[in-house]
Design a protein around this ligand. Structure first.
Ligand code: CMP
Length: 151
């Protein structure tokens, strides 16, 4: 994976987006800020050019991604149209980690994109310490899985 993404330093403004912006977007609204501070050192900001596959269908998953800037398209073999398009504040890569399954789809950038990236161990720590957030992510992941199964 090292040759497919570039790590960029996280500045104060980026941390502020993580801490405050996410609450505004409603997703991490209930995330315990103490837990977040503990996890911040483990978060990396990864930069991808347009057209890059960040995760590939069938591969083993190691990371969770939260889109900071840019956008991605979710595609699955056998589907003629994209499964979904995701943008800033949305996440991907949770399914393989939650369900302990290979990546369910390929997620490719549709423009230059910055993502906050968390390794599975840190993702699991956040979920363990934030049950309400965990159930929210699980609900979204389950809905995404149902959508894939409907095809
Ligand atoms: P994962 O299976 O780890 O890797 C591919 C990702 O694509 C998956 O996690 C989800 O984050 C995302 N994905 C799969 N299906 C959908 C869907 N129906 N809607 C939005 N995102 C999806």
């Amino acid at each position: 994976m090292a040759n497919t993404q570039k790590e960029v330093p996280i500045g104060e403004k980026d941390y502020l987006w993580l801490e405050k912006g996410l609450a505004g977007l409603g997703f991490f609204a209930k995330l315990d800020l103490k837990v977040l501070s503990g996890i911040l050192p483990c978060i990396r900001l990864a930069s991808f050019p347009k057209g890059r596959a960040v995760v590939s269908e069938g591969e083993r998953g190691h990371c969770f991604y939260l889109i900071y800037k840019g956008g991605v398209e979710v595609r699955k073999v056998g589907w003629d149209k994209p499964v979904a398009r995701l943008g800033a504040g949305q996440f991907f890569g949770e399914m393989a980690l939650l369900f302990n399954e290979p990546r369910s789809a390929t997620v490719r950038t549709t423009k230059p994109t910055l993502c906050f990236r968390l390794h599975s161990a840190d993702f699991n720590t956040i979920l363990r310490k934030n049950p309400s957030m965990a159930s929210r992510i699980r609900r979204i992941a389950a809905a995404r899985r149902r959508e894939l199964a409907r095809h």
